[in-house]
Design a protein around this ligand. Structure first.
Ligand code: JHZ
Length: 416
């Protein structure tokens, strides 16, 4: 059963303040098969609150991780070429900067289909992946990335450490925000990390979420939306130290964190912490008009789509992304607006979008069926997707980018 929190996920303060309600939505990655469409679809409240004490933005509802991530989890990182490039650069940089070799150990938490660890395997650096999603974990094993198909936890870290499997580098990309037992997870990192090891962790940055109104990245898998201040606090609670941070553009704006056992804060980290205080990212006032901005996007997007429908235009969507599910369900964009969604991920093709029962097809459908407009649900990969879709654009097709302000674009260079 899902639980609803009454206290902060990091500092346990009960003084949490409401920021946004996205209503009651289905699980964002629970795409359905044709034979499931007549069944009742589970839906859960999706409410966002802010903790003024430690500055953590978070959702109140916790859906059991086994329900979210295990059996039919359809997200496979390797279908996004830009993410593969980003991950390879990260791996090669770590091999070089940390001097990793055949006697090192790299452990990745939420290693998915081996999209990142395969780069270390290629350079003969020993690795271990840990991921609870059965399909992606099998795919990783198939490309020779040793993978434990289970959740990472404090107790698993204890077992691995007792077996002598401690890490020079622990990687955790887009996983910290997903973890219900946040403190157990971070304690596990401490247990698994060698004395001079580093944990390199990527999380979406709450500043980008708010500044660019990326409200669709809020769904039940994402429990926390981190500021650097909140992260600094979290790691200190487990005698770990956030020593450096990089601000990256991936996924609409992310942070790459460098966490170690000894405190050695970079000047860059100190200045980013100061900037968060100066810009009030750590105060409730920063979040106060977020809900209003989200409502404006919903209103403008529906107005745009309704106007196009009266032409009458035919509209499809690109990206059966989890964020796409939040967008179409919060804005109630169903088959009356969108005929079909396309996605390169073959595990999503043939299924239907959660809550709105829109079919997911292969991207070739854009040239076959020639819709007039394509709503870009995976807007975080806009550059890459518009480049791939040049033929569609040249044939007169148009994309609609929904956030931060819904707008129509007709070339790869226009969407910023
Ligand atoms: P994408 C994922 O969220 C999953 P999602 C997860 N919840 C998370 O934390 C965030 O990332 C950070 C497809 N695609 O990655 C692939 C193409 O078809 O933006 C995906 O299905 N062609 C763990 O699901 C979807 O779009 C392409 O060229 O919101 C993108 O999903 C590319 C680039 C992608 O995130």
């Amino acid at each position: 059963m899902n639980e609803t929190r009454t206290t902060c996920r990091i500092c346990h303060s009960a003084e949490i303040q409401p920021v946004l309600s996205l209503g009651t939505t289905p699980l964002a990655d629970a795409l359905r098969r044709n034979d499931q469409l007549s069944q009742v679809e589970p839906k859960f409240p999706l409410n966002v609150v802010f903790c003024p004490k430690c500055s953590l933005l978070q959702v109140l509802e916790t859906v059991p991780p086994e329900v979210l991530f295990c059996r039919d989890y359809p997200y496979y990182s390797s279908f996004s070429p830009a993410l593969l490039k980003h991950s390879r650069e990260n791996a090669l940089d770590l091999i070089h900067s940390r001097g990793l070799n055949s006697s090192s150990m790299v452990i990745e938490l939420a290693s998915n289909d081996g999209y990142l660890l395969k780069n270390f395997v290629e350079q003969e650096v020993p690795v271990l992946g840990i991921d609870p999603a059965e399909g992606p974990a099998r795919a990783a094993q198939a490309v020779n990335v040793p993978t434990l198909c289970t959740f990472f936890s404090e107790s698993l870290a204890r077992e691995l450490a007792a077996d002598g499997k401690t890490a020079d580098v622990i990687i955790g990309n887009n996983v910290l925000a997903h973890v219900a037992d946040l403190h157990g997870f971070v304690e596990g990192i401490r247990l698994l990390l060698k004395e001079n090891g580093v944990a390199v962790i990527e999380v979406p940055y709450v500043k980008d979420l708010v500044d660019h109104c990326e409200f669709d990245t809020i769904y039940h898998e994402h429990l926390c939306y981190f500021s650097i201040t909140a992260l600094d606090h979290l790691f200190r609670m487990h005698s770990l130290f956030l020593n450096d941070v990089k601000h990256l553009s991936i996924h609409g704006g992310s942070l790459r964190l460098y966490v170690e056992k000894k405190e050695n804060a970079s000047a860059n980290l100190r200045s980013m912490l100061r900037a968060e205080a100066d810009e009030k990212i750590i105060s409730f006032s920063y979040y106060q008009n977020f809900a209003e901005k989200v409502q404006v996007i919903r209103h403008e997007l529906i107005r745009l789509l309704s106007g196009l429908k009266t032409q009458p235009a035919r509209i499809a969507a690109y990206g059966a992304a989890a964020k796409g599910s939040t967008l179409i369900n919060y804005c109630d964009i169903g088959p009356k607006f969108v005929d079909f969604v396309v996605d390169r991920n073959t595990h999503k093709q043939g299924l239907f979008m959660p809550g709105q029962d829109i079919p997911v097809l292969a991207p070739e459908a854009l040239l076959d069926k020639k819709p007039d407009y394509v709503l870009l649900l995976a807007w975080n990969f806009a550059n890459e997707i518009l480049e791939q879709q040049k033929a569609y654009l040249e044939s007169g097709g148009r994309f609609i980018i929904p956030v931060p302000t819904p707008r129509v674009v007709c070339s790869p260079f226009q969407q910023s």
